[in-house]
Design a protein around this ligand. Structure first.
Ligand code: KG4
Ligand code: ZN
Length: 354
């Protein structure tokens, strides 16, 4: 069974063909990131306009590189939440129109759950993808860390899952992006912090982790503010000093040390809570998902506390937003006998919950 997955929830216009929820056949991603970079974050109107321009070429490209025609496609899966309303609408309306025109069943997919399914693809027809050796098994602990979400969830099977904890304020990726701004690094901050952190010493500063009474919830707003205060005190200025001027006064060594210390502490928060969940639920697999799952420090810290045989690390290119994870989740919804949606009444939900 071949499923076409379409994803447009944020700034990536993405489409992919996945066979039997296992084999990555094509994966096309057009990002409007460069257009947002100069504003230091995603501008919803620009993202939606870019999706309109890119969506048909991206879908055609995904079918062509999969050497598929429409008759080879068995179903269409599309992200219908959570995300930016205008961006979601472009993907959903395109998918619905194609489903009607080519008479294909249509499946709406939750973006956050979709991220977890990047871990279910074990084979690839494409070069340069490092796929997990084995399929995740249930119960499955999902560590979902992205620009919009930080949550821990337990999956007992494809349709039976529950949220264990989530961020009370900023998502971890958002905190990476904000700390990057303080250090004068371009958007998106996560990969740039990770790169700079390689040159720094994690022991140079102690960024405190937020203490919460809940076992599995996170908070990243405090650590982000701690970085701001640290940068201010390092250059001998008080909190009235404009934050956008800070990076000019910090040395390269100070920036690298702050990046390393922040990354270590933020990742430690995730890994500590994930370990508590691991010890309580004794999952057979632990899947990392979302843009921050690309972070090597996260992978390193997890390998220190959880047996490598249980850890599923998707290819870095499948951690950030893509259509393949949506197609894969679509496949498993079909296999779980979920009914397709009426393409004339499919809707988008910006705040869709798990
Ligand atoms: O999953 P994603 O592509 O979009 C959302 O659904 O949010 O995640 C994007 C986020 C951004 O905040 C970006 O800074 C972060 O993932 N990110 C990283 C890394 N690569 C991307 N954060 C830390 N380390 C990385 N290597
Ligand atoms: Zn995402």
């Amino acid at each position: 069974m071949k499923v076409l997955g379409i994803e447009t929830s944020c700034d990536e216009t993405a489409a992919s063909v996945v066979e039997d929820g296992r084999l990555l056949v094509s994966n096309v991603v057009a990002s409007s990131m460069a257009l947002h970079a100069k504003y230091g974050g995603v501008i919803p109107e620009i993202a939606a306009r870019s999706h309109i321009e890119s969506i048909i070429p991206v879908i055609s490209d995904a079918l062509d590189s999969a050497q598929c025609s429409w008759k080879d496609i068995d179903a269409i899966a599309v992200t219908n939440g959570a995300g930016l309303g205008g961006s979601l609408l472009v993907g959903v309306l395109t998918a619905a129109t194609l489903a009607i025109g080519y008479d294909k069943p249509l499946y709406p997919i939750n973006h956050v759950i979709g991220h977890v399914y990047a871990g279910f693809m074990t084979d690839s027809n494409l070069k340069d993808y490092v796929m997990p050796i084995s399929l995740p098994e249930f119960p499955l602990l999902a560590i979902i860390v992205s620009g919009g979400h930080s949550q821990l969830a337990i999956f007992y099977n494809h349709l039976d899952y529950s949220l264990l904890g989530r961020t009370r304020d900023d998502a971890i990726g958002e905190a990476f992006d904000k700390v990057a701004k303080i250090l004068g690094l371009p958007y998106p901050g996560g990969p740039n912090i990770a790169k700079l952190a390689l040159k720094g010493d994690v022991k140079s500063y102690r960024i405190p982790e937020a203490k919460l009474d809940s076992l599995y919830d996170f908070s990243f707003s405090g650590p982000k503010t701690a970085v701001l205060r640290l940068a201010q005190s390092e250059i001998g200025e008080n909190f009235n000093f404009p934050s956008f001027e800070l990076s000019k006064r910090l040395s390269e060594a100070q920036k690298a040390n702050i990046a390393a210390s922040f990354q270590y502490s933020a990742i430690k928060t995730i890994v500590t809570k994930a370990l508590v969940a691991y010890q309580h639920y004794l999952p057979k697999s632990v899947v990392i998902a979302g843009g921050v799952a690309a972070n090597q420090e996260l992978r390193r810290q997890l390998l220190e506390v959880i047996p490598s045989s249980k850890l599923i690390f998707p290819d870095i290119k499948l951690c950030t937003d893509n259509g393949a994870m949506i197609a894969t989740r679509g496949f498993y919804e079909i296999k779980s006998n979920r009914s397709p949606v009426d393409p004339y009444s499919i809707d988008v939900f910006s705040n869709l919950k798990m």
